[in-house]
Design a protein around this ligand. Structure first.
Ligand code: NAD
Length: 435
């Protein structure tokens, strides 16, 4: 085991001061794939624009009696394949541009894994770490109330994302159910997914995004004849996705050598126990200060030599600047949009394999779909059933993307887009556009 190293100085993660447009990144990725596959011009126009962009401003009473105004968003990008579906994020930088991008990625993701959902995303622009549990509950409930019938079990189904969890979903569910007639409440449990188990939540949902990513990494390792038991890896973001991905990598015998989150970065070349780090993060609200590792700065974290890098925090982390620091063979994108267009070009040039977000983190929406189905059918599935079905979905999606990469002789991100766009194109061709 690595020896305990005392932590004396606090090292901050560098957060970009000016936010680049995340939606611009989506548009570039979309155009690259649409050009390559010669996507129909009309379908291109439709898919380039979200269906609805909802902004709500709402008052919430603080613990000290003051009223504060909050701003929240829900963007519904597309519902051609099924109801709008996507998470809700609480973050001080959430804005319409970011939520539009995240909603659009959800449309592609559902199409790639072949589930009957469209794409949506929501967010409230505030820093949840500055609020008590009671205030978080009131903010969540007022936001849900403000959205009103813009969400619904057969229309638009939220789920957890950054800084939201099963408890937040329970409050959303309860508020939504209160807003509809009592006779309808029993059959509307599927208005949100990612609920607590016991309140309509599915076994396996909490780990689902990390689990889906793990299944992709396993397929990649098979393709490359790569032994995961000998692999080293780094993780950025040690929340739901990052900590689950790490715990599952550890089960293969892989070695976590560095981790970073909003509190700082830590490293230990001999290995960091992911289970222990998860417990530490729960108690200390971050990786910073973990006794069996040393603190390192952002540059040192990005320059850590490892086989696999798992970004599982926010967008635009692998950039023109940081991509050239990476010394890894593969990037498995747990986060949405962690790589900006410049970072993408550099990764392609340097021959690093990339398992793109819209494939690698799709496990979350797949098990959300399973939860939705269980609620509709009044069923509870056991964990083996959930994991087995998730495995089949992810492996099939992985193979579709691999085949498209071969067919178009292109990178995996672009290939994943071609899979999604081909699926949507087919449906538009069949349905036509009214009138
Ligand atoms: P989370 O809130 O549980 O964890 C977020 C993590 O990112 C935390 O460890 C936080 O400290 C870290 N972080 C925040 N800002 C950072 C910064 N500037 N530098 C380094 N680390 C930072 O959120 P999550 O649900 O794990 O989501 C993480 C990513 O995965 C997001 O991009 C999200 O959209 C994506 N995602 C989540 C799900 C899901 O099911 N939760 C599904 C698909 C994709």
């Amino acid at each position: 085991m690595p020896t305990a190293i005392p932590v004396t100085t606090k090292i901050r993660t560098r957060t970009p001061t000016r936010k680049a447009s995340v939606y611009d990144n989506v548009v570039r990725q979309f155009n690259r794939a649409a050009d390559l596959m010669d996507l129909d011009e009309n379908i291109r126009k439709i898919l380039a624009t979200p269906v609805n962009e909802i902004t709500v401003h709402f008052p919430v009473k603080m613990d000290d009696g003051r009223i504060e105004m909050f701003t929240g968003f829900r963007v519904q990008h597309n519902n051609t394949l099924g109801p709008f579906k996507g998470g809700i994020r609480f973050h001080q930088n959430a804005d319409l541009d970011e939520v539009k991008a995240l909603a659009t990625w959800m449309t592609w993701k559902s199409a790639i894994v072949d589930i009957p959902f469209g794409g949506a995303k929501g967010g409230i622009r505030f820093d949840p770490s500055k609020h008590s549990q009671a205030e978080l509950e009131r903010i969540t409930r007022r936001f849900t109330w403000a959205l009103g019938q813009n969400i619904g079990p057969e229309y638009d189904i939220p789920a957890p994302d950054v800084n939201t969890n099963a408890q937040i979903m329970a409050w959303m569910l309860d508020t939504y159910l209160t807003s509809i007639p009592p006779q309808d409440r029993g059959r509307c449990m599927h208005v949100v997914t990612g609920k607590p188990v016991g309140l309509g939540g599915s076994l396996g949902r909490e780990k689902a995004t990390g689990q889906g990513l793990m299944f992709c990494v396993e397929e990649w390792a098979k393709d490359r004849s790569f032994d995961l038991a000998k692999a080293s890896y780094t993780v950025q973001g040690f929340g739901n996705v990052g900590s689950w991905a790490a715990r599952l990598m550890d089960q293969h015998g892989s070695r976590l050598v560095a981790a970073e989150d909003v509190t700082g970065a830590i490293s230990n070349p001999a290995g960091i126990d992911a289970e222990e780090l998860t417990k530490y993060v729960k108690d200390n609200r971050g990786v910073y200060g973990f006794p069996k590792a040393v603190p390192v700065d952002h540059e040192a974290f990005f320059s850590t030599e490892a086989d696999i890098f798992i970004p599982a925090a926010l967008e635009n982390q692998i950039t023109g600047q940081t991509a050239s620091m990476l010394r890894v063979k593969m990037v498995a994108e747990g986060a949405n949009g962690p790589t900006d267009p410049f970072g993408d070009i550099l990764l392609r040039k340097s021959g690093v394999d990339v398992l793109p977000d819209i494939l690698a983190n799709s496990g979350g929406v797949v098990v959300s779909y399973f939860e939705w189905l269980q609620n509709k059918r009044s069923e509870y599935w056991d964990l083996d059933e959930v994991d087995g079905k998730l495995h089949r979905k992810i492996v099939a999606a992985y193979q579709r993307v691999r085949n498209a990469a071969k067919e178009y002789d292109t990178d995996w991100r672009t290939a994943a887009y071609t899979v999604a766009l081909a699926r949507l194109q087919k449906v538009y061709e069949a349905r036509g556009v009214f009138p």
